[in-house]
Design a binder for this molecule. Sequence first.
Ligand SMILES: Cc1cc2nc3c(=O)[nH]c(=O)nc-3n(C[C@H](O)[C@H](O)[C@H](O)COP(=O)(O)O)c2cc1C
Length: 309
Amino acid sequence: MSVEAIQVDVGGIRLSNPTMLASGIHGSALSKVLYALKVGAGGAVTKSIGSRPREGYAEPTLVEAEAGMVNAAGLPNPGARRFSEELVQVRGKGLPIVVSVFGGDEGEFAEVVRTLDAGDFAGYELNLSCPHVSGVGIEIGHHPEMVSEVVKSVKANTEKPVFVKLSPNTEKLVEVARAAVDSGADGLTAVNTLRAFPIDVDSGKPALSNGYGGLSGGAVRPVALRCVYELSESFDVSIVGCGGVSNWEDAVQFILAGAHAVQVGTATMKKFEIFNDINVGILSYMERKGVRRLDEIVGAAHRGGVRPG
Ligand SMILES: Cc1cc2nc3c(=O)[nH]c(=O)nc-3n(C[C@H](O)[C@H](O)[C@H](O)COP(=O)(O)O)c2cc1C
């Protein structure tokens, strides 16, 4: 089966395959994003970039959990100006890089986008869903009217496609997504981490310096799948599934639930070169099922599934 069978279009961005590196897992160095593309990812999302440099929280910022991990890195990043200088190295290459952006209000989001927009990259992902940094993330992303302001102000400052990364920590998932789509979002990424609070038994204290963190990895996958399934019942825009993908079966679950592509985060900590394995598995699944193009099975779980066997 030819590799063209798994080419996808997400919100106007053409990807050679449906796998993407998720935002932030490997820090803010652009080299990690480029490495993901080199080892088979169809696209890659940068660390979330804010208007000013940020150091992030003190250690510990990461603890293991059953079937995943809890992190509270505190959005460390070099700030938009320095990051725009880093982007010079990809000028003229037309790579499927998506820049993740965060901010405290619509003005700050717009400022970051204006600073970055001349760069050669494919689109933006707005991080409106970080569960452990106050003043940004879920403090905006759980409020439909604030989400609408942010998306409108970003869209007014760029021609590039804009994705909104949603939070699983609210019962207003669909309401928030509607605000984003009605305000011009080209796609939805579902989802960011689940708000968590790990405790260290030995010290009797919170295990993370910040206390609260975000749960990622296999443990969140059923929740993320539910979010994708719910969103794809209500919206026609592209949906990118994210949360606990570590093999081709996980990826296919998201596609059947309605995602056009999937992001892989935590699993790349164990094996960065995971993207090809996932693509090979998807292709042989398609062959077994007699599926000629991946698009044919996007959302199939809503329509009676696929041919067994
Ligand atoms: C260490 C770490 C850092 C992260 N940093 C970001 C970030 O900067 N921006 C963002 O939108 N998501 C961030 N995330 C969330 C991931 O992009 C992803 O949404 C989440 O981990 C679920 O996917 P996974 O289970 O495949 O890791 C981070 C996750 C981890 C584990």
